[in-house]
Ligand binder design. Structure first.
Ligand code: COA
Length: 409
């Protein structure tokens, strides 16, 4: 068994086979797969000279309050039918994370297929995301949208730039390679976009990209929405409303910082009368993304909190270690640190006997640091322990906006 970089010429057929075996690739879409894989780094594990496991990662940034941190996002982990349950996926994913962490990524992120698997690599689960399904005709939006610009698959570069320039809140991620947006636009059926080019040089300032199986009545699934100002957001919602004479249901992820239910008329009645239909309205919550810190001092250097400063010893465990070979370029973040959290934060290796001690896994500490859950809550359900006074102080100091990547990965 050998881990190595993916070589497109040599490996693409085997990579297609893996993806076809897991049901992620149909015949005729191989070039989209190549685009997706080519957008970032790909590692493969060989068995008898053929890749049977592949992991892809993509570089980007993650916003922490006002700062942007380098992130590496694991965009796929795949093992062929013949090579399951040999530890390939965990070891190759650990390797990919190690390579990117050694290259400067301070954080790693991903979407999980199920709870528990990536916890083994030190990931901690994010907040609930809300998928809102609604009848666009029932939107309470007064804005009369201007005539939008039609966006097509050919507009991928402009669309990607618009995504990168969008309003971003705490936790929002930008995945840097434009090819990724191009591939995402091509994956889905009947994709189309609508938007407005209000930038000083005609840049696309706000838009949504949508895909739909039944074009006539929907449901229409918004793949993403990008805007820079509240007015632009409302104009896009007005645009969705303008489709409401024909489109019976729109599904979209709730933007962080906005409660979409406030824009819907009679949501409870609508949820009840549409129950069990193809056009069922409602709000579904699920916590599917995960993150982990890959460089503690690096992350804390960018952490500027409001309010008082707290100092403590941190005894950090990192389960990723056991999946990394000795020659890996990085071996996780386990160790003893003295941590400061406040307007200026930091972490240095060592211990200070005058300070209280927090003991945590890297996944639990990442959740605490991001503001997914308060310390007192994590101490009940996750791997995080400390004196009660310290936990309560952390609750006060780490009072953060709800974090969210706002980028489907
Ligand atoms: C998920 C997938 C990559 C795992 O590949 P794999 O090479 O078999 O994985 P590994 O051998 O490293 O790990 C499997 C182990 O993890 C365990 N595991 C699986 N799901 C788990 C979970 N939710 N929590 C904890 N452990 C879990 C398995 O029981 C197995 O343990 P065992 O070997 O002790 O029996 C593979 O099933 C696959 O390609 N699935 C389809 C694509 C997919 O969903 N990828 C993940 C995208 S986020």
């Amino acid at each position: 068994m050998r881990f190595r970089e993916y070589e497109p010429q040599k490996d693409r057929k085997a990579a297609h086979r893996i993806w076809m075996e897991i049901g992620w690739l149909e015949k005729g879409k191989e070039e989209i797969h190549d685009l997706f894989v080519g957008a970032g780094r790909a590692l493969v594990a060989d068995i008898e000279g053929e890749p049977e496991c592949m992991v892809t990662t993509v570089p980007g940034t993650m916003r922490y309050l006002q700062s942007d941190l380098l992130i590496s996002v694991v965009t796929s982990v795949t093992t062929s039918r013949v090579a399951r349950k040999r530890g390939l996926a965990k070891r190759l994913a650990a390797r990919a994370i190690a390579v990117d962490a050694a290259g400067g990524a301070l954080v790693s992120g991903l979407s999980m297929f199920e709870q528990g698997f990536y916890d083994l690599l030190g990931f901690g689960t994010g907040v609930y995301e809300h998928q809102v399904s609604f009848d666009p005709a029932l939107l309470n939006v007064d804005v009369r949208p201007r005539l939008p610009r039609r966006l097509t698959l050919d507009d991928w570069a402009m669309i990607h730039a618009s995504r990168l320039a969008r309003h971003r809140g705490h936790g929002a991620c930008n995945l840097t390679p434009p090819e990724l947006t191009r591939a995402e636009m091509q994956w889905t059926a009947n994709g189309f976009g609508l938007g407005y080019c209000d930038g000083p040089n005609g840049e696309l300032t706000h838009h949504f990209w949508c895909h739909v199986k039944d074009v006539e009545h929907g449901p229409y699934q918004i793949s993403w929405m990008a805007y820079q100002t509240p007015e632009q957001f409302l104009e896009l919602m007005g645009l969705l409303k303008s489709l409401g004479d024909q489109v019976w249901l729109v599904k979209m992820q709730e933007p962080h910082g906005i409660q979409l239910q406030s824009l819907l008329s009679q949501p409870f009645k609508r949820d009840q009368v549409s129950r069990d239909s193809k056009f069922e309205s409602g709000i579904r919550a699920s916590a599917y993304w995960q993150m982990r810190i890959c460089n503690l001092p690096g992350c804390l250097e960018h952490t500027h909190l409001m309010g008082p400063t707290v100092r403590f010893n941190l005894r950090l465990s990192d389960p990723i270690e056991r999946f990394l070979d000795d020659d890996a370029p990085w071996h996780g973040v386990a160790g003893e640190y003295v941590v400061t959290l406040g307007p200026e934060s930091g972490a240095r290796r060592g211990q200070d006997d005058t300070l209280p001690t927090l003991t945590a896994s890297v996944g639990a500490f990442t959740r605490l640091w991001l503001g997914v859950c308060p310390a007192t809550g994590l101490a009940i359900t996750d791997d995080l322990r400390g004196p009660h006074e310290l936990l309560e102080e952390l609750d006060r100091v780490l009072c953060l906006p709800t974090p969210g990547p706002d980028w489907g990965f």
